[in-house]
Design a protein around this ligand. Sequence first.
Ligand code: SAM
Length: 245
Amino acid sequence: THFGFESVREDEKQGKVDAVFDRVARRYDLMNDMMSGGLHRLWKDAMIAWLNPPRGGAGWSVLDVAGGTGDIAFRIAEAAPAAEITVLDINPNMLDVGAARAEKRGLADRLTFVEGNAEDTGLPASSFDAYTIAFGIRNVTHIDLALKEAYRVLKPGGRFLCLEFSQVEMPMLDKIYDLYSFNAIPAMGRIVAGDADSYRYLVESIRRFPDRETFADMIREVGFERVQWRALSGGITVLHSGWRI
Ligand code: SAM
């Protein structure tokens, strides 16, 4: 960031990401179902299952970063009726959609929506029992800063859990997945959101994201322990887990 050139490119990245979610906010949930064939629901359910929030845990608090329209937060709210849930996202349009959905589901008083950046949330240190981030960390400009921030806001004994797209390592499935990603996804983006480029950008960001082992090392690097991952659906997505001891 000492060179103008670099910081322009970094500004551009977050700007591009924000523009994508500005354009798609209202159609985001529909697009998710279409593009994943409904699979994103299973992946999110798998995340909550592994998180295993305490049912009766009054005062148990979770921060859902890049929480967007609330999919992860709503699932946690249902699994753990006493949990205190904060949804943080950089995009106010996504948060507005999330807040409206929370209202409809009667969950408005259980969720707090906060506009902020995963790299520097502005939230107090050591204040959450769990930190979740689903399909979000890939969009962040400095992944290492976001991971450090996750560690900082977690209480000692707190859990980090991340759901993200990964690399398909099954023969055949990888070819099908490539065809699907580079052709079908931008085409659906054009039809449903009137915007193929945004979705092309998202597909490219998936390709650039570090592989599972590298990402696990990055999580260890900031101090998390007992770091593990589980691949879902042949590796289309992966869950990474770690603990602040
Ligand atoms: N977690 C939700 C889900 O799984 O449905 C939303 C995921 S959506 C693909 C990615 C979200 O990341 C968007 O809502 C976007 O605004 C948010 N985002 C992008 N960059 C961010 C940043 N630096 N800090 C916080 N949120 C960010």
